[in-house]
Design a binder for this molecule. Structure first.
Ligand SMILES: Cc1cc2nc3c(=O)[nH]c(=O)nc-3n(C[C@H](O)[C@H](O)[C@H](O)COP(=O)(O)OP(=O)(O)OC[C@H]3O[C@@H](n4cnc5c(N)ncnc54)[C@H](O)[C@@H]3O)c2cc1C
Length: 440
């Protein structure tokens, strides 16, 4: 396989990592890297974490290594909005069947329960709140999206309720939204805190190396993993969960549409500012329109806004573009919290959502190299599930779930020309932003 040319970068200062109690945890040092492991995992997002965990569960005597290019938690798995979702807003491509929808919910719920168990068993003091989520609308014209979501929830038998008017204002501490759909099955987390926290209690036979990029993987009965620091590691099988960077390993082509989005996390509100949130519990709102703003009120009394969509032709984003994102983040913040216009963002960062045209994931195998990428905006639970089942696949364990993942629809193809893809994607993203109107 070819050498990787584009590597992940830490785009801005992630408020989730900075406020995580595991921020300074020391994982394994590069001097400890062995020449040989039984299993190697490339990328430590939720997908890579889950693969390593499952390898260790299935083979307590095996040696497992994770190589992560940047700091764990400063990757997209740690920089997202922190909605651990049981039912995503859109179920992949429009031709998803009811059976697809049921699979999706069943797998997401199983994954969330597995994460809850890990956290409980190890008594990890991570920022996790089973407070559910709101899909909320400002414009009456967006109510139709709530009804569409309600139909999906009905189809899969998941409970929900509509919340409106004064009740909604009391729950959120803002009068901005007019109507919302509340779904109790979603957890709100600090995603960097949860990921890093869980990595600290991986079984001892898993060695975790951050800031250790992989340069190249050579296929073969025993694949060879070559690191940028020159170390060469042999193993029985490799799992690559590198998000859109799968393309860099030649494991995917013309499938991912990497989209940058921006987030701002405020400083902690003081006692006087908190009077506007009297009796308000932590919450999370996703916008009824897919181009809209995601908002959270966190357990440590901060406000998060996430918006803006920009196609990332070369998987990155300049510091100048991150600086400019403040304007739209600030506007969304001020509209929702007019009494807190003076409250600064303590952290602003960018993250990359790796979408596919039909929201279908990449999940495959080439010899002893297993690879996946989620393809949708709410991908934490799905990437965790795929990581788990890669480890089972590599260990020859067959199951209905594995068969489903192998046979799920594939991503539709993007045009081979970068120019055409960029133009097409930028036009679509501008359209999403313009039509979102007051949902931004
Ligand atoms: C702003 C934003 C908001 C989001 N909000 C949500 C949300 O609320 N809920 C939700 O479920 N999902 C959300 N998502 C999507 C979610 O973050 C992703 O679907 C999920 O993190 C994918 O996990 P992953 O492990 O597959 O990939 P990633 O998290 O991208 O992990 C891949 C890892 O591979 C590493 N890597 C790449 N190349 C190399 C290399 N050469 N060597 C070593 N390592 C390498 C990367 O550094 C990275 O850590 C959001 C995404 C963004 C950007």
């Amino acid at each position: 396989m070819r050498e990787v040319k584009f590597f992940p970068a830490e785009l801005g200062l992630s408020g989730w990592l900075e406020t995580s109690s595991y921020k300074t945890h020391k994982f394994n040092q590069t001097e400890e890297i062995l020449d040989r492991y039984d299993y190697v995992v490339v990328g430590c997002g939720y997908g890579g974490y889950a693969a390593a965990l499952r390898f260790a569960e299935l083979n307590p005597a095996a040696k497992v290594a994770i190589f992560e290019a940047i700091r764990i938690g400063n990757n997209d798995s740690g920089k997202n909005a922190g909605f651990l979702i049981d039912v995503p807003h859109a179920f992949g491509s429009d031709d998803s069947t009811l059976e697809d929808k049921k699979w999706c919910v069943q797998l997401n719920v199983a994954t969330l329960n597995k994460m809850r168990k890990i956290i409980k068993d190890h008594e990890l003091p991570v920022d996790w709140d089973d407070c559910g989520k709101y899909l909320a609308a400002y414009e009456p014209s967006a109510y139709k999206y709530l009804d569409h979501e309600a139909k999906d929830l009905d189809d899969v038998g998941v409970p929900y309720s509509y919340v409106e008017h004064e009740e909604l204002t009391q729950k959120l501490g803002t009068r901005y939204y007019k109507k919302a759909l509340f779904n109790p099955g979603t957890a709100m987390v600090n995603p960097a805190d949860v990921l890093r926290g869980m990595c600290t209690v991986l079984p001892e036979n898993v060695h975790v190396f951050e800031d250790t990029p992989v340069l190249r993987i050579e296929d073969g009965t025993e694949p060879l993993v070559i690191l940028t620091n020159g170390r060469r590691v042999r193993c029985k099988a490799v799992v690559v969960t590198a998000g859109p960077f799968l393309e860099e390993f030649d494991l995917s082509k013309h499938q991912f549409c990497p989209v940058i989005s921006f987030a701002g996390l405020s400083r902690q509100l003081d006692e006087r500012e908190m009077t506007y949130f009297k009796d308000v519990h932590p919450w999370g709102v996703t916008a009824a329109h897919s181009g809209g703003t995601t908002v959270r009120f966190t357990r440590d009394n901060r406000l998060l806004v996430r918006n803006g969509l920009k196609y990332a032709t070369y998987f990155t984003c300049s510091p100048e573009r991150i600086r400019r994102s403040r304007k739209m983040l600030r506007k969304a913040f001020n509209n929702r919290f007019p009494n807190h216009k003076h409250v600064n963002f303590e952290y602003v960062w960018a993250g990359m959502i790796h979408l596919t045209m039909n929201s279908k994931p990449v999940f495959g195998r080439r010899g002893n190299i297993f690879y996946s990428g989620v393809g949708e905006g709410a991908g934490v639970a799905k990437s965790f599930t795929m990581g788990t089942y890669h480890a089972e696949w590599a260990n020859g364990i067959d199951s209905d779930v594995l068969e489903y993942l192998k046979n799920d629809k594939k991503p539709s193809w993007l045009p081979p020309s970068k120019l055409l893809t960029t133009l097409g994607a930028e036009t679509r993203l501008i359209w999403e932003t313009v039509t979102a109107k007051g949902e931004i």
